[in-house]
Design a protein. Structure first.
Length: 232
């Protein structure tokens, strides 16, 4: 497939958490529009696409992430996007059941990795030709958490706040940081396992991928600091 007229075929996008179903869909959507993707995960993943460069990186190691970001920028001459898909879930039935070990786990997974990647790529995104884009995928629990997901909701809310602070730093530039919100993500395996389920309000990972690939189609001033609900 040829890149669309709005897509630069030399765009370089980093996808953190690329090995999961959502990550793979996002990588496919980006490469279909001509982007070169650095697909990062904690474990090796093979990609049958010459436009994808796999990377194994510990995103909890701030020094390693900073060195990695510098190497990408030096090797490619630019970094046009950062898609942070590192995720996970912990929760219980009631507020009283909350285990603070879950908070420690989610803090590292959802917040600390986001901090390390955004700090490492910040200046590269600000200076990207044509404007950099950064996005996370959040969930409704960030704004309206149920009692059993106190730790998860708090981690998602913190991730949103961090991303919006990043967006503020992009003010006046051609870069934009965006929060994409879902009720839950859906993939083909889930549909195959439950063919009669309606999955009402769920966002298919392919739709997520297309939404992320299209972030460069809109001006930064329209996007930056927005919270876009994909579950409607």
């Amino acid at each position: 497939m040829q890149p669309s007229s709005t897509q630069r075929d030399d765009r370089v996008v980093v996808v953190a958490g690329a090995g999961g179903a959502a990550g793979q869909a996002v990588v496919r959507a980006l490469t279909a529009r001509g982007a070169r993707v650095i697909a990062a995960d904690r474990v090796p993943h093979e990609w049958d696409d010459e436009r994808v460069t796999p990377a194994v990186i510990d995103l909890l190691d701030a020094a390693a992430v900073a060195e990695w970001a510098h190497g990408i920028a030096a090797g490619h001459g630019r970094v046009d996007g950062l898609v942070h898909l590192v995720g996970g879930w912990r929760g219980g039935a009631t507020f009283g059941d909350t285990d603070l070990a879950d908070w420690a786990f989610l803090h590292d997974l959802l917040i600390r990795t986001l901090q390390h990647t955004t700090l490492a790529f910040h200046e590269h995104l600000r200076s990207a030709p044509g404007g950099g884009r950064m996005t996370i995928v959040s969930q409704h629990a960030a704004r309206s958490p149920g009692q059993g997901v106190a730790a998860y909701g708090a981690a998602k809310a913190a991730s949103e706040a961090w991303t919006l602070a990043l967006a503020d730093s992009f003010t006046g530039t051609d870069a934009a940081a965006v929060v994409l919100v879902v009720k839950a993500l859906l993939n083909d395996r889930m549909r195959a396992e439950k063919p009669d389920a309606k999955f009402e309000g769920f966002t298919h990972v392919d739709d997520l991928g297309r939404a992320i690939a299209a972030l460069w189609d809109r001006p930064a001033a329209e996007l930056n600091g927005t919270r876009v609900d994909l579950s409607a």
